[in-house]
Each structure stands twice: as structure tokens, then as C-alpha cells.
Design a protein. Structure first.
Length: 95
């Protein structure tokens, strides 16, 4: 039995799905690339802190994959908080 057709089909399927797997990776973004509604929500929740990094991520919220922005903020007292905001500007979590 020739296994070449099976291997070719398997590799084709693997490559087709690999794009969707990598699409869910976290991606560091610059402030200028963050939507204005998200910038506003982050700014309102920084408590005088400084943004150290912003990532665009995919999280499962209420059973659905949702794109969010997560800002790592260093507060004036040295503590670090994370602010998670939906792409529509809605505050998801702050801790």
C-alpha cells in the first residue's frame, strides 16, 4: 500500500488548521494601534499608573472567543495591575 496519498492529505489538513491555531496567539501592540474606545477605558482605569505593555489577545468569554486588549500598568506605589478591555471599549476585568 502506498502511503504517499495519505501523507499528502494529512499534511494538507494540518496546514489548513495551523493558521487558525496561530491566530489566537497574544500580540504586543503599540498605544497608537489601540482603538480609541479601548484607550479611553484603559486611561480611566489606570489610577495614575504607567502602561508597561499592551497585548491583543483572544480569550473565551461566555463560551465565545473574544478579542481583548490587556494593559499591564505599574501603579505609583509600585504594584502592577492588568486592565482587560473588549475591542468595543467595555471594561472586562481589572486586577
Amino acid at each position: 500500500m502506498n502511503k504517499k496519498p495519505f501523507v499528502a492529505i494529512f499534511l494538507s489538513i494540518l496546514l489548513a488548521f495551523s493558521g487558525s491555531v496561530f491566530a489566537d496567539e497574544d500580540e504586543e501592540v503599540q498605544w497608537d494601534d489601540v482603538p480609541p474606545a479601548v484607550q479611553k477605558t484603559i486611561t480611566e482605569n489606570m489610577n495614575g499608573g504607567i502602561i508597561e505593555e499592551i497585548e491583543k489577545e483572544t480569550e473565551r468569554i461566555s463560551g465565545r472567543k473574544t478579542r481583548i486588549y490587556e494593559a499591564g500598568v505599574r501603579l505609583p506605589d509600585g504594584k502592577k495591575i492588568e486592565i482587560k478591555v473588549g475591542k468595543d471599549g467595555k471594561l472586562i476585568d481589572k486586577d
